[in-house]
Design a protein around this ligand. Structure first.
Ligand code: 5GP
Ligand code: ZN
Length: 118
């Protein structure tokens, strides 16, 4: 049997997570290894393996993920100071979980561009 997808399990409530928001289409929860004082993952309930697999029909869902991230940024007090939203894709993009997720990062100043090692 294939190993169940970690983020599908969190979305279904079968695996524990610090959930901050959920609705019919997305779930948002705190990253287990936060890289910034505020680090939240916004995932679609629909299993999509990578950003390479998104389809035109997913456009509204992806927009909803960004609106959710913006609302959470306001709620968590990082909207004024600023935040970063990131989708990592594939090996060089640093993707390690194969169910798309938006990283909402904030609470400290971040460098740009992402030099090697950052
Ligand atoms: P990626 O590297 O694929 O862009 O991001 C995956 C993220 O998922 C990482 O930041 C990692 O810390 C987080 N993560 C991995 N496993 C778990 C888990 O079981 N629970 C939570 N809350 N986050 C996880
Ligand atoms: Zn999944």
């Amino acid at each position: 049997m294939n190993k169940p997808c970690l983020f599908c399990e969190i979305a279904a409530g079968r695996m524990e997570a610090d959930v901050l928001h959920q609705d019919d289409h997305v779930v948002a929860f705190r990253d287990i290894h936060p890289q910034t004082p505020t680090h939240v993952l916004v995932i679609p309930r629909k299993h999509i393996t990578s950003m390479l697999d998104i389809e035109p029909v997913d456009a509204e869902l992806l927009g909803h993920m960004h609106v959710t991230a913006r609302d959470l940024a306001k709620r968590l007090g990082i909207a004024e100071s600023g935040y970063r939203s990131v989708f990592n894709c594939g090996r060089d993009g640093g993707q390690t979980v194969w169910h798309i997720h938006l990283h909402l990062l904030g609470g400290r100043s971040m460098g740009w561009p992402p030099w090697p090692g950052n």
